[in-house]
Write a protein that binds this ligand. Structure first.
Ligand code: SF4
Ligand code: SF4
Length: 321
């Protein structure tokens, strides 16, 4: 039994699936940035992208399901050459779906991507965008020089199209702590973000999602170089909060990589921890009634989702005092 399963047993908790609510599709590792907290190791020279054929098969399958949400991630999903065709196809479904894009806002300022803001507004995409601080120093340290200014101008453009104020154009921000610590209270930080971004830059947005940094991939290497990896892992483990279990994203999300392979979550995907006994399961072969019975594969990194207030793609899971 691994240490996470032992913690579940000690807390008399079990981790089981509910009905699938989200199809989270990682379209590939191509990105114009190389953020230190990136658990995907994405970057400008990565070649991994879902093929046109596999994307078609994935969306054919998705159309036949009742899964209400598709969450497009990467890398920067907009850098995939089929991104626009994909969105248009989903918008042509009889059954409407929410389309989330995990937006790296700086892409709006890259040559060749002038279409992004209008396209997203026209197709009513929900935007979830990284914004690790409301001051330039922290953002640039975590994501690269110039990222703060570029993100600010991108968010101002999205605001001018109605994002953050029109109820159909939701824009949420993501906060990751800078350094080996847990996120602060999401509620309090959201209030600070709203005040600071409005006052200094005129920016409005819907919600702030505080996400705990996962000590895998590039972030694990970063902590290792700083000699902080073991202490951070210990912090996550000793901050285990059993009340976060019910909200864990692996319970209602189907995570799919750029090869169409199915995983329990994006983190297991990056660690190549495939679903037990399903090492070649492609999403277009997935039977949802069988999927709900598959056990969720855990390991010590799962403490990253259950520390303190808990953490998922939609932010913290429970309030802690
Ligand atoms: S965190 Fe996002 S924006 Fe940064 S390198 Fe990774 S995929 Fe790109
Ligand atoms: S890492 Fe994945 S499998 Fe583990 S608790 Fe988090 S979401 Fe669930």
């Amino acid at each position: 039994m691994n240490s996470f399963d032992q913690a579940l047993t000690d807390a008399k908790k079990s981790l089981t699936r509910t009905d699938a609510r989200v199809l989270q599709l990682n379209m590939g590792k191509l990105c114009n940035l190389t953020c230190v907290h990136c658990h995907v190791n994405a970057g400008p020279h990565r070649k991994e992208l879902i093929t046109h054929e596999d994307l078609e098969q994935t969306i054919d399958w998705f159309e036949k399901t009742d899964i209400p949400v598709i969450d497009l991630t990467g890398g920067t999903p907009e850098m995939h050459p089929d991104f626009r065709a994909l969105v248009e196809r989903i918008r042509s479904f009889k059954k409407p779906r929410e389309i989330i894009t995990r937006l790296n806002a700086t892409i709006l300022n890259e040559p060749g991507y002038e279409w992004v803001s209008e396209f997203h507004a026209q197709h009513k995409l929900t935007i979830i965008a990284s914004m690790p601080c409301y001051s330039p120093e922290n953002v640039n340290a975590q994501r690269g020089e110039g990222v703060f200014d570029s993100s600010i101008s991108a968010f101002q453009k999205l605001n001018s199209l109605g994002y953050g104020s029109d109820p159909d154009l939701k824009m949420h921000f993501v906060f990751n702590p800078h350094g080996a610590k847990l996120p602060p209270s999401q509620e309090a930080l959201e209030a600070d973000y709203k005040q600071e971004l409005k006052q200094h830059f005129g920016i409005v947005f819907n919600n702030l999602y505080c996400i705990t940094n996962m000590p895998i991939a590039r972030y694990a290497s970063y902590l290792k170089r700083q000699k902080k990896l073991a202490a951070y892992q210990e912090l996550l483990m000793t901050s285990f909060n059993p009340s976060s279990i019910d909200g864990l994203m692996c319970r209602d999300t189907i995570s799919v990589d750029w090869n169409g392979q199915v995983y329990d979550c994006d983190f297991n995907q990056q660690l190549d921890l495939k679903i037990e006994g399903q090492s070649h399961l492609k999403v277009w072969d997935l039977q949802l009634d069988q999927f709900s019975q598959f056990p969720i594969r855990t390991a010590s990194h799962c403490f990253g989702c259950t520390a303190g207030s808990g953490s998922s793609c939609g932010g913290t899971l429970v309030a802690v005092n």
